[in-house]
Design a protein around this ligand. Structure first.
Ligand SMILES: Nc1ncnc2c1ncn2[C@@H]1O[C@H](COP(=O)(O)OP(=O)(O)O)[C@@H](O)[C@H]1O
Ligand SMILES: [Mg+2]
Length: 287
């Protein structure tokens, strides 16, 4: 079997300056969560290691020869058939493909929402597809932000509370009760960052599509993730609003060094990425 990584993969460029920005931002802002202090749960700290001159940065995310099928009754439907992909720290990557080609399936595997039938997923140099489900939940909560076409906000919560949900899940009710004020301040900062400061007390049904996606982005940023996975983030928005959301993602990528992997079927959207790959026949091809 040919190795699709040889086609779609690439070596990460030396000196990813955006990841350096992120490294210093993290150093300035990161306070170790008591929930994780001393725990031997997943800690993937590659971004905080100083990079030696001339040493190419490790890949932040890697899929190696991944297979995934779904079962429909007695029929097995293969979706991914040896998909391989590298994501470099600090890059903005678009994954294109027709509807039904397996983009969402691949994104869910990259974000450890699901596990492959075969193959490996590595994040920050650690293999994550074999982690127990609690460890995967924790990884997602602490290191990976996700946004979706239909936002997935909780309708009964305010915008601010929606942004806070990752922290509430991480800390639990009691600890959140003690520490909530600090996190609420942070959530308000993030709502300002995404241009939604004036809407924090509104419920999702009182927001426009673009505003809901901004709220979802703020929620994804709440855990200071190293990676943002976006599944058709502009797919439900008009062209102008879609452009504004893309500009916001671009800004987060360029100014904060956030690595972004965005799935889209739209070439006009993919054009905004640093690099585009295509999912065709269950494998990833360079575009
Ligand atoms: N949970 C599931 N159970 C059964 N089939 C699924 C499931 N999720 C996706 N599929 C099928 O897998 C294929 C790829 O789906 P998906 O990854 O959502 O594609 P895309 O995001 O590119 O449109 C489609 O044929 C879809 O019907
Ligand atoms: Mg999809």
């Amino acid at each position: 079997m040919s190795n699709p990584a040889a086609v779609a993969g690439r070596t990460c460029l030396p000196d990813s300056s955006k990841e350096h920005i992120r490294t210093s931002l993290l150093a300035a802002s990161q306070v170790e969560s008591p929930a994780t202090a001393g725990s031997n749960a997943v800690r993937i700290d590659m971004a905080q290691e100083p990079r030696q001159a001339n040493k190419p940065p490790s890949r932040l995310l890697e899929a190696r020869n991944v297979y995934k099928s779904y079962r429909k009754g007695k029929i097995e439907v293969p979706v991914l058939r040896g998909a391989s992909l590298d994501v470099c720290p600090g890059e903005f990557l678009a994954i294109m493909g027709q509807s039904g080609s397996g983009k969402t399936t691949l994104l869910h595997l990259l974000g450890s929402l699901d596990v492959p039938d075969e193959g490996e997923i590595h994040f920050g140099g650690t293999r994550i597809d074999r982690l127990k489900s609690r460890a995967r939940d924790r990884l997602r909560n602490e290191q990976i932000g996700m946004i979706f076409q239909f936002y997935h906000l909780l309708p009964e919560l305010s915008t601010l509370e929606n942004v806070l949900t990752p922290v509430m899940i991480r800390l639990g009710v009691w600890r959140y009760g003690w520490e909530g004020k600090r996190h609420r301040e942070r959530a308000k900062e993030l709502l300002s960052l995404v241009g939604l400061a004036h809407r924090w007390h509104h419920r999702p049904r009182e927001l426009s599509g673009g505003e809901m996606q901004r709220a979802a982005i703020a929620r994804a940023l709440m855990g200071d993730p190293r990676l943002l996975l976006a599944d058709e983030p502009t797919g439900n928005l008009d062209q102008q609003t879609g452009r504004e959301i893309l500009a916001l993602l671009r800004r987060l990528n360029q100014e904060q060094g956030l690595t972004v992997v965005m799935v889209t079927h739209d070439p006009a959207i993919a054009r905004h990425a640093d690099r585009t790959v295509r999912l065709v026949g269950g494998v990833v091809q360079a575009s």
